[in-house]
Design a protein around this ligand. Structure first.
Ligand SMILES: NC(=O)c1ccc[n+]([C@@H]2O[C@H](COP(=O)([O-])OP(=O)(O)OC[C@H]3O[C@@H](n4cnc5c(N)ncnc54)[C@H](OP(=O)(O)O)[C@@H]3O)[C@@H](O)[C@H]2O)c1
Length: 253
């Protein structure tokens, strides 16, 4: 039980990878609070996660709004009197579009949720973690944040520049947070997932990606979750400011 008596927030825990991370944390003894914008989806996720352990609850909060985020964190502190782990997982995806056709509103939508969301959630938990002199923040970034393109982009084709820029920003923010918070025994790391196929990924997309993956298969949410839990655990207590690639060897840097 690596996470016995630990209190964790998993943003974007209502579906996909966040839900898998929340399940595994609960299974390993943590009390977990998930969030998202859709209360019905959150309630459904809580029921599913409860099959792995009772200690899970949900708070509706938009990570791009400081009022929502601060209220969520205040509720968690009121209930548990500490926060040990923050998994900054919530994000929105983007359509492939050339930069010359990328609208300002669409740029703002992606950057505001993906990058500002990580800033707001991290800022909201920091004082509590400093008080504890203990904390683990794990930020979900991506292959795209290191390469400026998606795995299957072609020369001259669209790259999802706004999504890539949001994930690159998260890498830099992870390093800044790690540097500033190290004296308080707070570890801040990132997971750069790539070539993964969460539920619902189309066969066509997988056929494009698999030939680019040295390990010869798509990654699963469980692959990414395992790396995330390692960075959220005390097994990685001498690691901070690291961005761990989980991409089957698609990018080796
Ligand atoms: N899937 C991939 O291939 C892949 C690859 C590399 C990295 N990643 C990263 O892994 C993470 C999870 O991806 P996923 O595929 O599991 O995504 P997903 O299935 O689309 O789930 C995203 C989660 O984020 C929540 N969310 C979105 N906007 C939000 C907001 N403004 N406030 C609060 N919650 C919000 C969603 O709930 P609501 O919509 O109800 O708010 C949902 O719970 C993301 O950071 C993503 O960038 C994914």
């Amino acid at each position: 039980m690596r996470f016995k008596e630990k209190i964790a927030i998993v943003t974007g825990g209502s579906k996909g990878l966040g839900k898998v991370i929340a399940k595994q944390l609960v299974q390993e003894g943590a009390s977990v609070v998930i969030n998202g914008r859709d209360m019905r989806a959150l309630e459904k996720a809580v029921q599913e996660i409860k099959e792995f352990g009772e200690q899970v609850s949900a708070i509706r909060a938009d990570v791009s709004k400081s009022k929502d985020v601060n209220s969520m964190v205040a509720q968690v502190i009121k209930k548990y009197e500490r926060i040990d782990i923050l998994i900054n997982n919530a994000a929105v995806f983007a359509e492939s579009v050339h930069i010359m056709d990328l609208e300002e509103e669409e740029w703002d939508r992606v950057i505001t949720t993906n990058l500002k969301g990580v800033f707001l959630c991290s800022k909201a938990v920091i004082n509590q973690m400093i008080k504890q002199q203990y904390g683990k923040i794990v930020n979900m970034t991506s292959f795209t944040g290191k390469t400026g393109r998606v795995v299957y982009s072609t020369f001259g084709g669209p790259t999802k520049a706004h999504y890539c820029a949001s994930k690159a920003g998260i890498i830099s923010l992870t390093q800044s947070l790690a540097y500033e918070l190290a004296p308080h025994k707070i570890n801040v790391n990132g997971v750069a997932a790539g070539s993964v196929a969460p539920e619902g990924t189309s066969e066509d997309k997988m056929k494009m990606i698999i030939p680019l993956v040295p390990l010869g298969r798509m990654g699963t949410s469980e692959d990414v979750s395992a790396a995330t839990l390692f960075l959220a655990s005390d097994e990685s207590s001498f690691i901070t400011g690291e961005i761990l690639d989980v991409n089957g060897g698609t990018l080796m840097d």
